[in-house]
Write a protein that binds this ligand. Structure first.
Ligand code: GTP
Ligand code: MG
Length: 587
């Protein structure tokens, strides 16, 4: 993409005269700070979006002299924040305090002359610094911020060193969650894309949604984006001038057809003129049409959708749940990590459970605690103020935006208990007849005594994961409206099932793994840090012996007698001080 980058000229003087003393090297955690200040989801997103509009992305020489670099940039204005990272080369994200600095910086750029190639003259905010700015021996190298998640091996190592399961789950969240810098980079990539889409729709906004903003994002997850044209509709509807746009608008057969045609031209633009955008695919026939591409300078896989306001509202809902109690995020990160380690989820679309579905399942489980840890979606609607009213395509998506209005009940369950009971809950959930609905929670099912009876019952329970045990069962979950294996009601489009794609085999694997993990968490050896390694949650990430590898290999495993499988489970862990029969966690 080099030919689309603009080189920076070091000798050019900018319009501004500030010095590096104005530079703040530390980036404050905006989301955490905003959440503490009880800012609404929208306010946090706006703040980040505005920061991104004042930022540039600069490809740098690997041995960059940070001080010289900042001295040079500050000639164009005050630099608020900056950081370096590596993604097939060194890059810097630089946030100025004013957008004027970007105009000044762009003025000083030149279009690179490359022999045998011609450049598309589009002045983007992705710049390339050719000037060496070489490192002198007494200059420390800048710190490069990591943008990748730790491997399973590194996670196992980290967890093994902790003293309790609660500590393990907390440190897992810290290790996997998006960093402040990574979120800034995600917003910047959206903002860069907005510059391209702005060629067609000058008033458009490209907003991130999904795990970038819902507080459950893991380093390395994709960037889901929405091309938001609502501002254009809103401003043109307010004016009662009697004039309406006629010759400037074209009509489509349906809203879907319009969305498809908009995305198809934007996809083409991204492909032809998007600096660093490669592998552009128009996936316009999907239920939710999208343009997929890789943004090389950031290393992000991006999915651009349009007319997808419900998905943004779902992201806000999950964000809200994540802010209400720290245990929510810890449990979601742990369950997602566990599911990924066992190939219950995959980055490839298919019949597997998605991270979104898993998160809704955790929310549902936490709503069913006694006392509940999370309120129902209907309760969030009751607490909403007039300005929170939101109806999208006939669906009432109203939820309270002011977190301080929500009163929670006292529940002191430890993370260890919640994790154990999550596995018991779904290891025994009557999936064959009940659906999961976070809007209205019916009477909680009692904790099934049958799980406690493992391993005596293990033969039956593990051999028939979808057959609901009869003993100890008295839940009144909502009856399933259709015959799909897993029914999770879409929170806002209540006639839809978010897990319609999941087939019986994948659900069976999930249930079998829940049972296995519930059982493992009842074993003293697993809970005792000094008896096995890896121990606690790390032991749950080891390859399963009761369930096939699913996504990787769909070959059905022949079920062995439960007793020998259970023995294998324990054997698969390394007994400290004893014989080594360890199975290594897959990387
Ligand atoms: P990652 O796996 O980390 O990317 O999680 P994610 O939450 O970003 O999921 P994904 O990229 O698959 O989808 C992005 C967003 O689209 C989700 O957060 C939801 O808001 C929404 N979404 C995904 N799948 C569904 C679905 O089946 N139904 C509905 N209504 N929304 C969905
Ligand atoms: Mg996503």
């Amino acid at each position: 993409f080099d030919r689309f980058c603009f080189g920076l000229e070091p000798q050019t003087q900018g319009r501004f005269t500030s010095t590096t003393s104005a530079i703040k090297p530390q980036i404050e955690n905006t989301t955490a700070k905003a959440a503490k200040e009880s800012k609404t989801f929208q306010a946090i997103q706006e703040e980040r979006r505005e920061q991104a509009e004042r930022s540039v992305l600069i490809s740098c020489p690997p041995k960059i002299n940070e001080k010289k670099f900042l001295d040079y940039l500050s000639k164009h204005g005050t630099v608020n924040n900056h950081f370096f990272y590596n993604s097939y080369g060194a890059y810097a994200v630089v946030e100025f305090s004013s957008r004027d600095s970007i105009a000044s910086l762009k003025e000083s750029t030149n279009i690179p002359a490359v022999e045998h190639e011609a450049a598309v003259p589009f002045k983007s905010r992705l710049l390339s610094l050719k000037w060496p700015g070489s490192q002198s021996s007494n200059q420390p190298m800048p710190k490069f911020k990591n943008q990748s998640p730790p491997s399973i091996g590194e996670i196992t190592q980290l967890l093994t060193e902790k003293d309790s399961i609660d500590e393990q789950l907390q440190s897992l969240t810290e290790a996997l969650q998006l960093t402040e810098e990574n979120v800034s980079l995600r917003f910047l990539v959206c903002s860069l894309l907005q510059d391209i889409a702005g060629a067609y729709f000058p008033e458009c906004i490209i907003r991130p949604f999904g795990s970038t903003v819902n507080s459950f994002g893991k380093l390395g997850c994709d960037v889901d984006m929405i091309l938001d044209l609502d501002g254009i509709y809103a401003t043109s509807q307010k004016k009662g001038s009697g004039l309406s746009l006629e010759y400037q608008v074209k009509r489509g057969a349906s809203e879907r057809a319009v969305t498809q045609s908009i995305l198809s031209v934007i996809g083409k633009c991204v492909d032809q003129f998007g600096p660093g955008c490669v592998g552009v695919q128009n996936i316009l026939q999907a239920r939710c049409p999208l343009v997929r591409f890789a943004h090389q300078p950031s290393g992000f896989q991006c999915d651009l959708t349009a007319n997808n306001r419900v998905a943004m509202k779902s992201s806000e809902l999950l964000f809200l749940y994540g802010q209400l109690d720290p245990r929510v995020r810890h449990l979601v990160f742990s369950v997602r990590c566990w599911a990924r380690a066992h190939s219950i989820t995959s980055s490839i679309p298919g019949a597997w459970i998605t991270n979104f579905s898993l998160t809704v399942m955790v929310v549902f489980f936490l709503q069913q605690r006694n006392p509940p840890i999370l309120p129902t979606l209907d309760r969030l609607k009751e607490l909403a103020g007039p300005s929170d009213k939101c109806v999208i395509e006939g669906n009432d998506c109203t939820i309270v935006s002011d977190l301080s209005k929500i009163t929670l009940q006292q529940n002191t369950d430890t993370l260890e208990k919640l994790l154990q009971e999550f596995f018991e809950f779904y290891g025994n959930f009557p999936f064959n007849k009940a659906s999961i609905n976070i809007r209205k929670v019916s009477h909680p099912p009692t904790t099934r005594a049958s799980m406690r009876k493992l391993p005596e019952d293990a033969a039956d329970v593990l051999a028939n994961p979808l057959q609901t045990p009869t003993r100890g069962q008295c839940g009144r979950e909502q009856t399933k409206p259709e015959t799909t294996a897993l029914y999770i009601q879409n929170p806002f489009e209540t006639t839809l099932n978010v897990s319609k794609n999941v087939n019986g085999t994948q659900l069976e694997r999930f249930v079998a793994l829940c049972r296995e993990s519930a059982w493992l968490l009842q074993q003293k050896e697993i809970l005792n840090r000094s008896s096995v390694s890896p121990w606690g949650f790390a032991a749950l990430l080891l390859p399963s012996v009761t369930s096939g590898t699913g996504v990787k290999s769909r070959r059905k495993r022949k079920l062995e007698p439960a007793s020998s499988r259970i023995k294998n489970l324990l054997d698969s862990l390394k007994i400290k001080g004893g014989e080594t029969v360890a199975k290594k966690g897959s990387e």
